[in-house]
Design a protein around this ligand. Structure first.
Ligand code: NCD
Length: 310
């Protein structure tokens, strides 16, 4: 099999072609057979999780995925737990992890940290989210979820609702979507949370057509997927700016009263208040299922990068 991921760093979803993502998805289909059990294909290998920023799903699902393949996992959570707190540079920390492991997954608050880590590490580096723009594995999971739910990523109408300014998961999903042929993409956000110029420029370069709106209402009955994201409070340089947009959008039963019966609501999680809890028990809610699919997709990615058959 042609393996476009072999030995590669995964820094941005933009670095991969549609056919690469399709290879990953086929591999994830295979990995699903093993999520209940445990393989030994990575016995003797070590996966390092270097999480310098809070995480629940990404860290746990990478850990579970690596262990399901038979690898050992070492991890750091938060700068205070490592010698970074003593003044060690990211480059030196990465060099150390590189000595002890075969694959490094990094999460960091600064844009570019994963790329920097990849420059210093011999082992492949996976970006588990750095700064406000790139979270490639989340985009892979999200696209895989759509493919799983609808049978295809192409031809659907998508509304992306939320923090398109600071949200790396929603922006990475958008970059990923640009590799496919969605029939419509609506970018829905309050003025302060609209995408940056550089993101829009990139979408134009990629040939993705989109329409910007400030509310879901005019298009709600037309879309197949609503991808919701939380406001990224921690990335606002000014708390006053955050106060202006807090609670500015919410998906609740009223919002969903005019939707297509087949509509699915996605969210990378964590949710704060942008989807009401009452939505969880409706057939529209796909976000917990989406979080479950993180395991086979991350298993597939690790196996492909390290070149083992599953
Ligand atoms: C996202 C992240 O960290 O960017 N979480 C995740 O990985 N599922 C989204 C978020 O924090 O809002």
């Amino acid at each position: 099999m042609n393996n476009p991921f072999l030995g590669k760093d995964v820094i941005s979803v933009l670095d991969f072609e549609r056919k690469d993502l399709e290879t990953l998805f086929e591999y994830a289909d295979r990995a699903r057979k093993y999520v209940e059990g445990k393989l030994k294909v990575l016995e003797g290998k070590v996966v390092a999780l270097a999480f310098f920023e809070p995480s629940t799903r990404t860290r746990f699902s990478f850990e579970v995925a690596a262990k399901k393949l038979g690898a050992d996992v070492i991890s750091v959570s938060g700068e205070e737990a490592t010698s970074v707190a003593k003044g060690e540079s990211l480059a030196d920390t990465v060099r150390m992890l590189d000595n002890y492991s075969d694959l490094i997954v990094i999460r960091h608050r600064y844009e570019g940290a994963a790329k920097l880590a990849a420059e210093f590490a011999e082992s492949p580096v996976i970006n588990g989210g750095d700064g406000w723009q790139h979270h490639p594995t989340q985009a892979m999971i999200d696209l895989y979820t759509v493919r799983d739910l609808f049978g295809s990523i192409d031809g659907l109408k998508y509304a992306l609702l939320g923090d398109l300014r600071y949200g790396r998961a929603i922006i990475s999903f958008l970059y990923g979507l640009a590799k496919f042929n969605p029939s419509k993409v609506y970018l829905v956000s309050p003025e302060l949370l609209k995408p940056r110029e550089e993101v829009l420029r990139r979408l134009n370069e990629l040939g993705l057509k989109y329409e910007s709106l400030s509310a879901l209402d005019p298009i709600i009955s037309d879309v197949d997927v609503i991808y919701v994201s939380r406001i990224q409070k921690e990335r606002f340089p000014d708390p006053m700016e955050y106060a202006k947009v807090r609670g500015s959008y919410v998906v609740d039963l009223k919002t969903l009263s005019r939707v297509k019966p087949s509509l699915k609501v996605l969210h990378p999680l964590p949710r704060v208040d942008e989807i009401s809890y009452e939505v969880d028990s409706t057939p529209y809610a796909a976000y917990f299922y989406q979080a479950r699919l993180a395991i086979p997709v991350r298993m597939a990615l690790i196996a492909l990068i390290l070149g083992v058959e599953i």
